[in-house]
Design a protein around this ligand. Structure first.
Ligand code: URA
Length: 275
């Protein structure tokens, strides 16, 4: 998206307006003056030559003939082969950064891979990076991440004791929910990520994570509050999996924290039983 026309705005208001644009996913300037392409038929279809093109957009055009950009099946196939060949987290990260079957890659600032303990009891999987995660390339470092830290502290855990990642490694613009196509393209990577981390318990934050990993269409309100199994052919034995309301949702609806607290207590009890 482009920032179109920022004129006659006082200093503070300008900063606030820019922040608002960035939060909404508008993160590059395409032209100096606004142009309504819906009304002005003579408007150039592309910005003038002096225009700055972010590398990402140039790359999308150059890679337009890459087959995986056109077919969901081809994207999935390419991702599956790349994921299966990754024998370590470093190799998986390298494979994801080479993958071009998910167009989000070309508009994200950074690949947000994962971070945390090497052999954790608990692996936490969110939905997709937000603005701050995209900026830093680290999962859950924005407001939702700060609440996640508090939730972990409440059950005697810290971020360095768990492993955290997301279903999607790139930020959807404006924090919109991931599409089915994006999820399907990246699914082999998160599955391999789980195999390589091999946690004792999986914590799925929010509906997208829970539905994707459990392969169900049931909503988060039905999925939370009970133990489920995550099955992986490579791992063999099922992994105990728990769906939790997403911390971003809890920030918007703090009255739901009570239910989540009960879930957290059960997770703590389960972790203690495994030690
Ligand atoms: N929300 C997520 O699902 N993941 C992040 O990394 C940040 C916010």
């Amino acid at each position: 998206m482009a920032v179109l026309g920022l004129v006659m705005v006082k200093d503070n208001a300008m900063v606030e307006l820019l922040k608002w644009y960035v939060d909404a996913g508008v993160d590059c300037v395409l032209d100096n003056s606004p142009c309504n392409r819906l009304i002005d038929k003579t408007a150039p279809r592309r910005p003038a030559q002096t225009t700055y093109y972010p590398k990402a957009i140039t790359k999308v055009k150059k890679k337009a003939s890459t087959p995986e950009l056109f077919s969901r099946e081809a994207s999935f196939q390419t991702a599956s082969e790349a994921a299966d060949n990754a024998a370590s987290l470093d190799e998986l990260k390298a494979a994801i950064s080479r993958f071009e079957g998910c167009p989000l890659k070309f508009i994200a600032k950074n690949l947000v891979f994962g971070s945390g303990a090497v052999s954790p009891d608990l692996m936490i999987i969110g939905e997709a990076p937000g603005a701050e995660e995209d900026r830093q390339g680290i999962p859950f470092v924005g407001p939702a991440g700060q609440l996640l830290d508090k939730m972990l502290n409440a059950i005697d855990l810290t971020r360095d004791l768990v492993y955290v990642t997301n279903i999607l490694p790139w930020r959807p613009p404006g924090n919109r929910p991931p599409t089915d196509t994006e999820i399907s393209a990246c699914l082999p990577f998160i599955k391999r990520h789980i195999v390589l981390v091999r946690p004792k318990i999986l914590l799925m934050l929010g509906g997208t994570s829970a539905k994707t990993l459990l392969g169900t269409t049931e909503g988060i309100m039905r999925l939370r509050g009970k133990w489920k199994n995550y099955n992986s052919e490579e791992i063999g034995a099922p992994i105990a999996a728990r769906a939790l309301l997403h911390p971003a949702f809890l920030l918007r609806q703090p009255e739901q924290k009570r239910e989540t607290w009960l879930d957290l207590l059960e997770i703590r009890a389960k972790l203690q039983s495994l030690r």
